[in-house]
Design a protein around this ligand. Structure first.
Ligand SMILES: Nc1ncnc2c1ncn2[C@@H]1O[C@H](COP(=O)(O)OP(=O)(O)OP(=O)(O)O)[C@@H](O)[C@H]1O
Length: 597
């Protein structure tokens, strides 16, 4: 949470305005120049308006008939009208400039956020608080919608303030401090209220995060059947409401504080404002200033007051924004620190050998390592099957082998080079991973297979991947073939069955023709025919790569050259199917259980 002490708050406004200006300059220089011209013009026009008002007051309040007085004041009144028109025009142009900058700025911030999250080391996701900090940064992105407008309002009202305040000081130096005192309490009030809002926002982040996830799971069509048929709706709504109410309770608890701040600042401001009007009355009544000057002072007081109020309000908004921008900047810094910095050397291809030497990995917050001292050598052309009970560390081991996670102790090497010192992208260029929980991208079928690979000139390799998983017939039945949009929620999109989706995920892995292919429960939803086809493909293409299959269907491990049985993060048995099936160990026991129906 950002430091929100009062002096720091006031001190950070100039730096935030400068930062917003710098960010705006980076996305649209022409619009920033337009805004600057508008700001200067607004200041000059406001000064001209007041000077002309002052010149008009003399004849208007002087002697002669109404026509004579109006006639004498006419040139000055025309200047007042022209200046007012200029102020309005610059306001319109400023709004145009701001509308040009804001969408680009928001897109820039939003894209940076997505890129930052996508690029961090995967281990960062498993750390406590990372998602909450990401959520706080999201708020910074949202604030980019308003920050240019707020900063521009602040600077423009400051310019108006200086102009009108200057005129007022010329009339009587006493009036300006009075006015400042009238508005200052509102400024303090705005900053204190922003601080309360930010504190509430901060304590509600975790609940909002959970609520957002709950909302997605509860309303996504993907889980609609499960929610309904398991009568979860009532409970989900109850939980969703409870989370919302908890957040509301914190907001409501702070309401009396904000009310106290608002009332106190309004009362203090009111006292000083009355003082200003009394001072002006006294100056005119005592004959210290002529009536025409007093009339100009009334206009100047109104203008200054308007500008001051705007300054205070905009400063409050800018300050509020600065808190969220601070969180966003902190998150970007953290993400940059947590991006892979593994070393510049690239993975040497083709990958002939992957070796693990006493590799250990423990997830943050866990007492026991998920992988605990595993040593293993895999060679090109080999198929390795990983089996074991749930939670025994199979998926984590594949993450270490693919360099998604780096070992806490020990080493994982590709062709003798430690993955901890190898450029991560060069490793993943040669990897294909079909995870247990695969993504169902709301894209065309073709992109669902080719995503992550450069485009090929024709669809030949895509059809090869489709054939490899036995999906051709189903694809030909789709209304647009490979062009079919796989998202029922989107116009003209269609939905695949669970098994078809899993075949698409397998096709995606095979299409990459990787040096290392990892398939984690690749056929758990696929029918026996499809499963047979996929395992035949794995066997046929095994010579060109290292293949790893994680499976609970032990019959599938017959295709493996080597089987590893894992228990509590360690390898407890290894060998070929025929050896392990009669070794009187865990494999034989699990095999017997799978056949005992
Ligand atoms: N993201 C994570 N954060 C913390 N702990 C995790 C995480 N992922 C896995 N674990 C823990 O690590 C251990 C090994 O999990 P892993 O997913 O590697 O097992 P697995 O053998 O693949 O299990 P399954 O057969 O159920 O897929 C488990 O105790 C699990 O709770």
């Amino acid at each position: 949470m950002a430091d929100v002490s009062f002096t720091r708050l006031c001190g950070r406004i100039p730096s935030v305005v400068t930062r917003i200006a710098r960010m705006s300059w980076a996305v649209d220089r022409a619009a920033v120049v337009l805004l600057l011209i508008c700001l200067v013009t607004t200041g000059l026009a406001a000064a001209g308006q007041l000077a002309a008002t002052s010149r008009a007051m003399g004849p208007l309040l002087g002697g002669g008939s109404v026509q004579e007085r109006l006639h004498a004041a006419l040139p000055a009144l025309i200047v007042v009208a022209v200046m007012a028109a200029l102020v309005r025009t610059t306001a319109a142009l400023s709004a145009y400039g701001e509308r040009r900058i804001t969408p680009k700025l928001t897109t820039e911030a939003d894209t940076t956020l997505v890129a930052s999250v996508c690029k961090v080391e995967a281990a960062t996701y498993h750390e406590d608080g990372f998602h909450d900090r990401q959520e706080a940064a999201e708020m910074g992105v949202l604030r980019t919608h308003v920050m240019v407008g707020d900063a521009q309002q602040l600077v423009s009202s400051l310019i108006k303030l200086v102009t009108a305040g200057g005129v007022l000081s010329l009339i009587d130096p006493l009036l300006l401090p009075f006015l400042l005192l009238a508005v200052l309490p509102a400024g303090v009030g705005a900053v204190l209220t922003a601080r309360v809002d930010y504190e509430i926002h901060f304590v509600n982040i975790a609940d909002r995060n959970v609520r957002g996830m709950m909302r997605w799971w509860a309303t996504s069509p993907k889980f609609a059947d499960e929610v309904r048929a398991n009568s979860m709706t009532g409970y989900l709504l109850h939980w969703y409401r409870a989370l919302s109410r908890r957040a509301d309770a914190r907001t409501l608890a702070a309401a009396p504080r904000t009310l106290r701040i608002a009332l106190t600042s309004a009362a203090c401001g009111g006292v000083f404002l009355v003082g200003t009007w009394v001072a002006l009355y006294w100056l005119a009544a005592a004959g210290r200033i002529p009536l025409a000057t007093a009339a100009t002072a009334v206009v100047a007081v109104q203008t200054t007051l308007g500008a001051l109020t705007q300054v205070v309000r905009s400063a409050g908004y800018v300050f509020h924004t600065s808190l969220y921008l601070g969180d966003m900047a902190d998150f970007f810094d953290e993400a940059a620190r947590r991006a892979p910095h593994r070393g510049a050397q690239r993975a040497r291809t083709p990958v002939e050998e992957v070796r693990l030497e006493e590799a250990v990995y423990r997830y943050p917050g866990k007492e026991r390592p998920a992988v605990d001292g595993v040593s293993l050598t895999l060679r090109r052309g080999q198929i390795l099957a990983l089996v074991g009970t749930n939670g025994s560390g199979k998926t984590t081991l594949t993450r270490l082998i693919a360099g998604i996670l780096l070992a806490d102790k020990g080493r994982v090497t590709w062709n003798g080079t430690d993955l901890a010192e190898t450029d991560a992208e060069s490793v993943w260029e040669r990897t294909g991973l079909v995870p247990q929980y695969f993504a169902q991208w709301p894209l065309r079928l073709r992109e669902n297979i080719t995503l992550g690979q450069p485009r090929t000139p024709d669809d030949g390799p895509v059809w090869d991947a489709v054939d490899a998983v036995g999906l051709r017939e189903a694809v030909e039945d789709l209304p647009g073939g490979l062009d079919t949009l796989l998202a029922r929620e989107i116009f003209s999109g269609v939905e695949l069955s669970g098994g078809q989706w899993q075949r698409v995920a397998c096709a995606r892995g095979l299409y990459r023709t990787p040096d290392l292919l990892i398939m984690d429960e690749p056929t758990s939803q696929v029918d026996p025919q499809g499963e047979h086809r996929i395992f035949e493909t794995l066997k046929a293409s095994a010579a060109d790569r290292i293949t790893i299959v994680v499976t609970h269907r032990l019959e599938n491990t017959r295709i493996a050259d080597h089987i590893i049985v894992m228990e509590e993060g360690r390898i407890t048995e290894q060998g070929r199917y025929d050896d392990l099936a009669h070794a009187n160990g865990t494999f034989e026991r699990l095999l017997a259980l799978s056949q005992d129906r």
